[in-house]
Every structure is written in C-alpha cells, then in structure tokens.
Write a protein that binds this ligand. Structure first.
Ligand code: PMP
Ligand code: GLN
Length: 413
C-alpha cells in the first residue's frame, strides 16, 4: 500500500459484518435501523418510478437534483435564518460518507493539520491521511461519576488542551454533533468555544450533523453554521439515510458558503459526477412534506425523536439490569456502556485481539449471541485506554429485537 493508505487496511466494520453473518447474533453492531423507512418516502419512490418523466432516469445536475437542493436550501434557510443559494451553497452526495470525502479532500492539503474530537467516527482519520493531512486528537473525558447514571453530557474536552492544538498549520476541525458513538450533543457554550478558536486561527469547521433529527428532548441540536460569524467558515454534512431510516439509499448532502463548497464540488464532479436522480427526487418529496409540517404533530421528525427516545430508555434500562454502566446518550442511535463489572464472567483470553473491547465483543457474539461494536476504533492509539472497557450498541431497532437483546444480556447475569 501507499503510505497514505497505511493504517486503514484493517476495517472493523467489514470484520464485524462477517462475524454477524457467521454467528447470526442479535445485531446491535453496525448503525442501521432494522425496520422499513416511513411509507411516505417509499411511496414517493414508487411514484417516481411510475412517472413518465424520462429525465428522472437520467443524470441529475452534478451539484444535486434541482428539486432536492431547492428543498434543502429552503429547509436550512429557515433553520439558520439566512438565505441559502441552492445552486452554489449545497452539494448533494452519495451519503454523508461522500460528503465527508469531498469536504476533507477539498479542504485539506499536504502538511495541513486537522483537529478531531475523540471519540470520532472512524473514517475521519483515513480521509485526512489520504488528503496528505495530519490528524491531531483531543479526547472527551468523563467526569468521575458517583452513581450508575452517567450522561454523555458529562464527557467534555479540556479547553486549555484544545487551545494548545491550534497553530498556523491547523486547517480544519471536525465536529460531530450528535456524536457517534457517545451520543453527546454539544451545547452552545462548547460550540462557541470551538467557533472562537476557528475564527482566531482562521480554521474551517467540518461539522458532521447526520443525527441532527435525533436529539432527545429537552436537549436541542445547535448548528455550528448558525453561530455568529461561522457560516463563512463551516461546511455541514447531512444524511438522508440516517434522517429517513434508509441507510442503504446513500443520499447525503453538504452545505456551506460558495467559497468553500466550490472545492468540494470539484472533488464530487470528478469522482462521481452526480448522484441517483430517482432517489434524490424521492428524498426531495419527503423533505417537502417535512418542511410543511416542521414542529407540528404530524411531523415525521417529531415521531422519530419520540420513538427513538423510548428505545434509548429501554436500552439504558436493560444495560443497568445487567450491571453494565451505560452513558446515557442525548442524541443519535448509539449507547456506550462500561462492562468492567462483568469481566469476571467473561473469558477474555478466548480471543487474541490486542484491545480488550475487541475480545469482549467477539466473546459476546460467540457466547451470548449479541453483537456490539468495540469503541477503541473511535480513538487514536494513545487514548484507546479511555474506552477499552466499553461496548457500543445501536438501539434503532424493532422493539422485539431489543427484547431479544435483553434476553441475550440476561445470559450475562
Ligand atoms: N457520519 C457519521 C457520524 C456516521 O455515523 C455515519 C454513518 N453511520 C456517516 C457519517 C455516514 O453516513 P451515510 O450512511 O449517509 O454515508
Ligand atoms: N456509520 C456506521 C456506524 O457507525 C457504520 C457504517 C459506516 O458508514 N462505516 O455504525
């Protein structure tokens, strides 16, 4: 491999998908819903297919299918209280994954430094290295908790440590709120601190907000691009796969000022030219519906939050019942839990992986029929110790499958 690909050869997602195929556990590993997306969106896709408009089967405009970028512009104009230009300030992509690829490739150059907050969605690092950049890490650390009920809000960064990472080589900081895997929703004061450092050091913020509609009340999702002076230096990534529970569609987007988006558009048009027109049309129809219902009772976003909050609560309860210590998430679709109190029940020597969380999660799949994700993949080598006694579970699952997870966890008692 070229040096820029080194370190990314081993992919936990592939390895764990293989394990799931082989052992058929209750799968709370990879982050995907095990139920169908809402009917209004599958209906919208059926309508597209029935339509006799031949253009819906041809290339979309490279920056995005017109109907989709128009409705996204309307939605985010409303949420950010500024006029967003659908032609130059939005780019539709193949999932948030491609949006992140375009953002990093377009904004990071050889020798640039990129600050990442741990735990971080693991692909950020290979993307930065492929662009010739160097990741610099800062870990969120938990406040010592006095009882079993710790919250993702208890995990925070040290301000002095963050300040010390910024220097003249710093080009970008990546923020992910709500965070995968912790479920932390960054509050206004934390985001403002980051924003002030971006302004001071002339740094661009890539903000990954794929779980923006999955923030549990009373917490609120704050958009970095909406903070004073931040529109000009922020690109925001979103995902229809996450938003509408259809991760296989791979429709995403990124919005930001024309000055920055231009570079991302060049990467996108060179790599893929345009995304799937029929999918973008159906996603546009779904967003038009949501835009007209925003904040009202019929809103799907509202139902999504309520449904997910009760799944979160159930998951927390079953983890506490087995003596795992969950970190209660304020958003997203994952919960991490500390399993160290169960260590004596588990044969960690049956696996040979270096990190304990890999050994624990492999043991779980093979012995109690439950899959979770080893969270050390979300930390760099020096900080893996912080998270080695934890496991990540995905809870955006049918109730019946969460009950099966409970039954599996009961085998640990
Ligand atoms: N960012 C984060 C934080 C994610 O968790 C994921 C996928 N789970 C993505 C980006 C990629 O999203 P997509 O499936 O739309 O490519
Ligand atoms: N983001 C998914 C998760 O965290 C994994 C799939 C991927 O995009 N790598 O489970």
């Amino acid at each position: 491999y070229f040096p820029r690909l080194q370190g990314a050869e081993k992919n936990m997602w592939k390895e764990y998908a293989q394990l799931a195929e082989e052992y058929k556990p209750v799968n709370l590993g990879l982050g995907f819903p095990d139920f169908s997306p809402p009917k209004f969106i599958t209906d919208a896709l059926s309508e597209v297919l029935k339509s006799n408009n031949p253009y819906l089967h041809q290339y979309a405009k490279p920056n995005g299918h017109v109907r989709l970028v128009n409705v996204l512009a309307k939605l985010y104009s409303k949420l950010l209280l500024r006029e967003i230009d659908p032609d130059t300030e939005i780019l539709a992509t193949l999932g948030a994954s491609e949006a992140l690829f375009c953002a990093v490739s377009g904004l990071v150059d050889q020798g640039d430094e990129v600050i990442i907050i741990e735990p971080y969605f693991d692909v950020y690092v290979p993307l930065i290295k492929m662009a010739g950049g160097t990741p610099r890490f800062i870990a969120l650390k938990p406040k010592p908790s006095t009882n079993n009920l710790s919250s993702s809000a208890d995990w925070s960064f040290d301000v002095k440590e963050l300040e010390s990472l910024f220097n003249e080589k710093t080009k970008v900081i990546i923020v992910n709120t709500p965070n995968n895997p912790l479920g932390k929703v960054f509050d206004r004061s934390e985001l403002t601190l980051i924003a002030d450092l971006c302004k001071k050091w002339d740094v661009v913020c890539i903000t990954d907000e794929v779980y923006e509609w999955m923030v549990f009340k009373p917490k609120e999702h704050i958009r970095m691009a909406g903070l004073p002076g931040m529109w000009e230096r922020t690109v925001t990534v979103g995902s229809a796969g996450k938003t509408f529970c259809m991760t296989g569609w791979k429709v995403g987007w990124v919005y930001g000022p024309t000055r920055l988006l231009r570079s991302l558009q060049i990467v996108h048009q060179s790599a893929v030219f345009s995304g799937s027109t029929i999918e973008q049309e159906a996603v546009a129809v779904a967003f038009e519906r949501e835009l007209s219902l925003l904040g009202q009772n019929g809103s799907y976003f509202k139902k999504l939050e309520e449904g997910l909050r009760s799944k979160r609560d159930f998951m927390v309860k079953i983890l506490l019942d087995t003596k795992m210590k969950p970190v209660i998430p304020d958003g997203g679709i994952f919960v991490i839990a500390d399993w160290s109190q169960l260590e004596s029940l588990v044969d960690l020597n049956s696996e040979s992986d270096h990190n304990k969380d890999f050994r624990f999660t492999k043991w779980m799949v093979k012995n109690i029929g439950l899959q979770g994700i080893p969270p050390t993949v979300f930390y760099n080598e020096n900080n893996k110790k912080i998270i080695e006694n934890y496991v990540r579970f995905c809870f955006i699952k049918e109730e019946a499958n969460l009950v099966k997870a409970q039954e599996a966890l009961n085998r640990l008692k």
